[in-house]
Design a protein around this ligand. Sequence first.
Ligand code: BES
Ligand code: MN
Ligand code: ZN
Length: 494
Amino acid sequence: MRFVVSTADAAGQKTELAVVAVFEEGQLGSPARSLDKKARGLISAVVDGGDIAGKAGELLLLTQTSGLPCKRILLVGCGARADFNRKAFRKVITGAIRWLSHKPYTNAVSFLAQEGVKGADAERLARITAESWHTTTYKFTEMKSKKDKGESALKSFGIAVKSSRVVTVARKGARQGNALGLGMCFSRDLANLPGNICTPRYLVKQARALARDTNRLACKVLGEAQMNKLGMGALLSVTAGSVEPAQFIILEYKGAAASKAPAVLVGKGITFDTGGISLKPPATMDEMKFDMSGAASVFGTFKAIAELQPTINVVGLIPTCENMPGGKATKPGDIVTSMSGQTIEVLNTDAEGRLILCDALTYARRYDPAALIDIATLTGACVIALGKHHSGLMSTSDRLAARLLTAGEKADDKAWRLPLTEEYAEQLKSNFADMANIGGREAGTITAACFLGKFTEGMEWAHLDIAGTSYRGGGSKGSTGRPVPLLLEFLLSR
Ligand code: BES
Ligand code: MN
Ligand code: ZN
């Protein structure tokens, strides 16, 4: 898709479809007014006739546009003008895109970003428009025998903004929104793939392909022998029951001077989590193919970075394996030694995410990261605490936590901070090893983060628990692409 930012006046714009706002009580937005004036009351007549009231989400197509350079007009209800905020804008642009993506038009111009929107400037509106194009038209058909991609005929999507003063920033916004959308779709594709296709080796292939196609991006992969040499006993204990070999993927994007410390993203890459010997119950176990959503979000973020080529340094670490039962599987009570040297009593083999992450966090030390962020579908408790709206954020750094919260806020991909104070660590005490891998039922999301915190001392570190936000279950089962928006916003704000 080509996004074309301009300062076009609706009444002067040649296009197959002009998309304009109508607010509640039939109030026309200024682009609609401009069309109305030139077409001698065409739109006000329709509004007065009661065919559109301006309620948020309403759509009405006008095909009689004599005297106007546009072939058609899509009137979009935007609700009360006083309530037209970023959330409302997202809603109406999504509705308009969904509608027009099924039409045979090859070009269209949206004038919605010419309206005043609370909490969003022209750059943000352009970004949301481009992002929404990708996320709204996304379909996962890879596993269907009939690959009816249902691709939209649209080739060019115009984004008209108010004044020439904001064209440059709006172009930047559209470019970032496009990259973000592509990154989210990539992340969703990986997460939606089933565990028999999306294996650790499949992720390696994806990483290598991305690095091959991208300037300034290098990919290295450690196999089990190398992990063994490094002493990654915690990670290796998780893969012990699986016949698929574990992989440790390293992505290094170098857009800034080598002396500049990188941000390091660590993504949990359990391609299927059966629970291991502490086997999960069968209901909804299929959803544990999404247990690599943290890894998928790192991939998606790197895809966006690859598109944008920003002047930053970013490292992605993806420890990836399956968690399976079997004759060689780790047993409850087994004690393993992590790369940090600390020993761990594995009281529950279903608390495996922290075991692969702790060795990746130790590995991250060699980068002396400016910020270290791990992203993981780590605990069911987080779904109970925060539901599907906020990702759980825990950090020992107030500064990093604040920056991540702000990034999530700006990108409409919100996180909520939970306390990470030392009293919780007591729950991880083990009679036999340096620590246990579980801390009991109370505050399960926080004790999981406490566990990780034992491996990040001295580093500027934050943990995102995305168990509730990265995918949906039930009838709308599928990956959401979160928290790629938060991560990209964070990285670009540095
Ligand atoms: N991948 C799961 C967490 C999860 C659960 C994600 C539900 C999404 C939805 C993780 O590996 C796990 O099994 N965690 C256990 C930890 C417990 C054994 C301390 C959990 O949350 O039950
Ligand atoms: Mn588990
Ligand atoms: Zn898991």
